[in-house]
Design a protein around this ligand. Structure first.
Ligand SMILES: Nc1ncnc2c1ncn2[C@@H]1O[C@H](COP(=O)(O)OP(=O)(O)OP(=O)(O)O)[C@@H](O)[C@H]1O
Length: 282
């Protein structure tokens, strides 16, 4: 079967996002629980892509309860705390409708790296040494002296593209372009995945989390390598669109079920009470 055209998928995503407004929202306590679980999922998956061995529940214990985990390194623990703080910062930027800027990208990287970098002053600072993708030393990322102009150009592109690209395509391209420059000595993947979610959530889409299992991770890395080595952005754009679609589908199922529960509860309370028969007096 031929793969559906990307533009048709984007239209469907817009429709699914709009459909979410047709249902009554979840109760505030449920919203809080859902937000907490997406935050844990983000911190767990994004760090696991880079090799963290923390599980979801260990991540939850660290970032929600302030616990340490027996047998897990201080570095992994601090990475989880850093990423949770960077995630909260991004949520705040979306809430305050802060426009994208060089400072914003650097601030996010600084938070991502703050407690775990060997050299604290390199967190949020542009790289001054060469870097290349793992196992591909002939393909250098942007040269250090070209990083500042490249990020400046990226921000100019973003401020235009945000107005004319579909938000899901814009989010994918923003991630791909930033990680292709690789402006920082460390934390480029985590910073780019946060930037992608910044773009998605500011347009009303849910947070998506690239999965860290081998198959999903390889697909993600391969799509980024294709984009960078051949200039073909489609595999990465389609991968992001598929993540958005499955996340939206799950969210819609939840809202539909919630709506059904609310309707059932309303119908039950609206029914006339059964006339209770008095026991016959003897
Ligand atoms: N061939 C590639 N082209 C472009 N980007 C890539 C490529 N391979 C991997 N990436 C991106 O780079 C990230 C990893 O980069 P790297 O191994 O240099 O780690 P990093 O810069 O320390 O950042 P982090 O550890 O947060 O990912 C991946 O998560 C992915 O987003």
């Amino acid at each position: 079967m031929m793969k559906e055209r990307y533009t048709d998928q984007l239209k469907r995503l817009t429709g699914m996002k709009e459909e979410m407004n047709h249902y009554r929202p979840l109760d505030p306590k449920q919203v809080r629980l859902l937000e907490q679980s997406v935050r844990v999922e983000h911190v767990w998956s994004s760090n696991a892509i880079e090799g963290s061995t923390l599980t979801r529940s260990e991540t939850a214990s660290i970032i929600n309860k302030g616990m340490t985990i027996h047998g897990k390194s201080v570095k992994e623990t601090l990475e989880a705390i850093d990423l949770a703080e960077a995630y909260d910062y991004v949520a705040e930027l979306v809430r305050t409708q802060t426009p994208l800027s060089e400072t914003l990208i650097r601030d996010i990287n600084r938070l991502v790296m703050l407690k775990t970098t060997d050299l604290r002053e390199t967190a949020g600072a542009y790289r001054v040494v060469d870097a290349w993708p793992e196992g591909s030393e002939e393909h250098y990322y942007t040269a250090p002296y070209e990083i500042q102009p490249a990020v400046h150009e990226l921000v100019q592109w973003a401020n235009q593209a945000v107005n004319h690209l579909h938000p899901v395509q814009y989010a994918a391209d923003l991630h791909q372009k930033l990680v292709s420059i690789h402006p920082f000595i460390d934390g480029n993947g985590r910073t780019s995945r946060l930037m992608m979610n910044f773009a998605l959530t500011e347009a009303g889409y849910p947070v998506i989390n690239i999965q860290p299992d081998k198959k999903a991770r390889d697909t993600y890395m391969d799509a980024l390598a294709i984009a960078r080595n051949t200039g073909d952005l489609k595999p990465f754009e389609e991968l992001v669109a598929d993540y958005v679609e499955s996340t939206l589908a799950k969210r819609l199922q939840l809202l539909r079920q919630n709506e059904k529960n609310l309707c059932d509860a309303e119908r039950d309370t609206a029914l006339p009470k059964k006339i209770q028969k008095k026991p016959r007096e003897r």
